[in-house]
Design a protein around this ligand. Sequence first.
Ligand code: NDP
Length: 249
Amino acid sequence: ADIDFTAQTTIVTGASSGIGAAFARALAKRGSDVILVARRLDRLRELANELERDHGVRATPIALDLSRRGAGQALAGEVAARGLTVTGLVNNAGFGTDGPFHEEDPDRLQDEIAVDVANLVDISRAFIEPLRQEGRGILVNVASVAAYAPSPDMAVYAACKAFVLSFTEALWFESRSSGLRVLSLAPGLTRTEFFDDLSGGAYNGSYQTPEQVVETGMRSLDRGNRRPSIVSGRGNALAAGLGRFFTRR
Ligand code: NDP
């Protein structure tokens, strides 16, 4: 049976654009209240207004820089201050750096690890007990096809996403008796602002939409969450030749 999201409250990190915004829309459409997290508060406010207007849910924007240490406690504090009970979490915020490892900026690599891994763990830890107790929501961690096919010039990004895969698979086992549905969702190439940051060569092939990624994840969860991980758009990623795409010419 499909998950009943009414009377749920789901946190979505990285909700200010791309896959995160699509997730927030899909959840709100199905009746979940949402907590929208990212740095760009103006974007979060705009989306929150849209979701409250279109779907009649409560949407709460919270500005947070997830490259800073201790995001879990910070977010838990903000949530508690608003008297909200969290039943679901989508750890989607993330970004990639590219370039040969020996040329990458060390500070930027640390930020990448903080957003893609360290604070994903910290936020998961901060909310895992209520999530398990509620036992009716979702914990989705957004990985990447890069986790399965580490490409040259994205060594740290690929490794961060491989961490997300293993971490999530373990939590999937731990959560089987709790009712919480745990999934790592690995998108192939998806048209978002993700590529604005990259210096790699242009890619002129096809992208999937953020909505397609979210649909794939939600379908897997609705169908009973029998697998710990799912890929969305494997075909397009392979067609693009991940390695070649990310290799600078
Ligand atoms: P976008 O760049 O469109 O979205 C990234 C989101 O992460 C934004 O909302 C951004 O918000 C947030 N974010 C980034 N850095 C921080 C930070 N320091 N603090 C708080 N929030 C932050 O890209 P996507 O939607 O594509 O990316 C979403 C996820 O999907 C990422 O984890 C990415 O690795 C993954 N992915 C994407 C693929 C693609 O082809 N697009 C393929 C595979 C995986 P703000 O800037 O407002 O802080």
